[in-house]
Design a protein around this ligand. Structure first.
Ligand code: GLN
Length: 537
């Protein structure tokens, strides 16, 4: 297997994950089988316990692993299905080394970063190789920025690995920033030079430079980067800020011949040029939509671009499939909470309401106001995970008359716990990986809108939540028009709901946003955008 290590320099948030994923797409379209993984230098075992304010979205895999949002890019851009072995954190590495030390695996030895920690990192690469024996290329992104203390053991492990495998089998692609200084009227290469120098200090020489820039790189700048960073000129690759859609990145990198350069370095000679016609068609639809759907997105972390990454991407995929731009307007749930009478003013202009997932009490009442508004005004509603719990609370309170109905997450003393923990969950104390996580099956009710939207009687979706619909309320709520349209195969857990007297009100306990792909939009998002368009006309 050939290896590409993706590092980042100068600043964080350079879009390393995106560049890595875009390269993955290009190589796949050359007929190569690609696997992707991420190394995260932080000490958390996984990002599941981090706030979205710290870390952005927690992306969940089929096997229930809570991972970095870059794995979302990998799964959306490439066809690979990732597992818990595709995201390694320093926390996991040290945990394993210390467990081994306690067991006596290193008996007699002093346990050190080199070789014990670095060996553990290399062992993970070997494990992925073993698991995917028919893959041609493994792309490994290293989180953080070159120069970070935490990143050093990973870079050292990569140095050793490249030495062991040889330069035509393993390479480094460095993503860097080439800033434009207005006052000087020119692009500056010094930060890139210095970040490459930092890599070389560790013993790593990048073979490819991906240059994030606002302005095109001219000949002189390319020549300078080539000389000072010790990279051939054709391997100085421009990646200009993508204006309208991140899905343009593979096409831009293709134009710069990135995949040719990489295939040459790694001697992947017989891979034909990347066929990008279908991808181009998708990008065209995203860039030139014929219609627009205005969606009110009522969440808590609305200021953060990354907190609901997969949801935004899923809306973009679904929009494109309708030749439509999903125009997402983020509405701060707390505004509706402070003043519920502002609902008409804040939501009246929209063609649909989406309430995404979330945790904790803040903003909850505002979201209930939004769900109620959508229900009473026949506005299409899509509820994701918490969004389903919110819709349940609204219906219980305002249609069934269950006063102060709530989830026990937000009001442990509520007289009507319509959302609660299951008996078996009540003794779980730890917070790490203690939720219902990963893929499970939902059986859909024949004739329901949900089943119709999916076009299938049974689906598998990814979960990440603790609380569940309380089946004690099923009968009373269904009598009033609440429809449980999907359950777990044994019928004990509610997976999807809808409303009988509403054109399009669907909510699910799982996270469909983790299964949407550019050219294969998720049915729930596609259905929602379709309903928004119908509402508008
Ligand atoms: N906080 C809710 C729960 O734990 C919803 C979780 C979510 O939206 N991901 O059940």
């Amino acid at each position: 297997m050939k290896h590409i290590f993706v590092t980042g320099g100068v600043v964080s948030s350079l879009g390393k994950g995106l560049a890595a994923a875009a390269l993955g797409r290009l190589l796949e379209n050359r007929g190569l089988k690609v696997v992707m993984q991420k190394f995260d230098p932080y000490l958390n075992v996984d990002p599941g316990t981090m706030s979205p304010f710290q870390h952005g979205e927690v992306y969940v895999l089929n096997d229930g692993t809570e991972t970095d949002l870059d794995l979302g890019h990998y799964e959306r851009f490439t066809s690979g299905q990732l597992t818990r072995h595709n995201n390694l954190t320093s926390g996991q590495v040290y945990l394993r080394v210390i467990e081994k030390e306690r067991k006596g695996d290193y008996l007699g030895k002093t346990v050190q970063v080199v070789p014990h920690v670095t060996d553990e990192i290399k062992a993970r690469i070997a494990l992925v190789e073993q698991e995917q024996p028919d893959s041609h290329v493994l792309i490994t992104e290293i989180g953080g920025t070159t120069g970070d203390i935490e990143g050093l053991p990973f870079l050292e492990a990569i140095r050793q690995f490249i030495l062991e495998r040889g330069p035509s089998n393993a390479m480094v692609m460095h993503v860097t920033l080439v800033p434009y200084l207005k006052a000087a009227g020119e692009l500056k290469t010094k930060p890139s030079q210095q970040s490459v120098a930092k890599l070389r200090e560790i013993g790593l020489q990048p073979q490819v430079l991906i240059c994030r820039t606002e302005e095109p790189l001219n000949r002189d700048v390319r020549a300078k980067l080539s000389t000072y960073c010790n990279v051939p000129q054709k391997a100085v690759i421009e990646l200009r800020d993508v204006e309208s859609t991140i899905y343009e990145a593979p096409l831009m990198l293709r134009k710069e011949c990135l995949d040719d350069v990489v295939c040459e370095i790694l001697r992947l000679d017989d891979a034909p040029p990347a066929e990008m016609t279908e991808w181009e068609r998708f990008v065209k639809r995203v860039k030139h939509p014929k219609k627009a759907a205005k969606i009110a997105f009522v969440g808590k972390y609305t200021d953060l671009q990354d907190a609901y990454k997969s949801v935004y991407e899923s809306l973009a995929h679904a929009g494109a499939s309708h030749d439509c731009r999903a125009e997402v307007h983020r509405i701060d749930a707390e505004k509706l909470e402070v003043d519920p009478s502002a609902a008409e003013e804040l939501l009246g202009d929209f063609t649909g309401v989406l309430v995404p997932g979330g945790f904790g009490e803040r903003g909850i009442e505002g979201k209930v106001v939004a769900a109620r508004y959508a229900r009473e005004n026949q506005l299409p509603y899509l509820g994701l995970c918490l969004g389903m719990q919110i819709a349940t609370i609204d219906f219980a309170r305002h249609v069934c008359g269950f006063e102060r109905a709530n989830s026990t997450e937000f009001d442990p003393k509520t007289p009507h716990p319509v959302i609660c923990l299951l008996e078996g969950q009540k003794n779980v104390k730890g917070k790490g990986a203690s939720m219902r996580l990963g893929l499970s099956t939902a059986v859909l009710k024949e004739g329901s809108l949900t089943a119709q939207v999916y076009g299938r009687p049974e689906v598998q979706e990814r979960h990440r939540h603790r609380y569940e619909f309380n089946m004690k309320y099923r009968e009373a709520m269904e009598a009033k028009g609440f429809v449980i349209s999907g359950t777990s195969p044994d019928g004990t857990l509610v997976e999807t709901i809808e409303l009988r007297h509403h054109p399009w009100f669907v909510a699910c306990q799982f996270h469909p946003e983790f299964l949407s792909k550019p050219n294969a939009p998720h049915p729930l998002f596609r259905g929602f955008i379709g309903a928004c368009l119908a509402h508008a006309s």
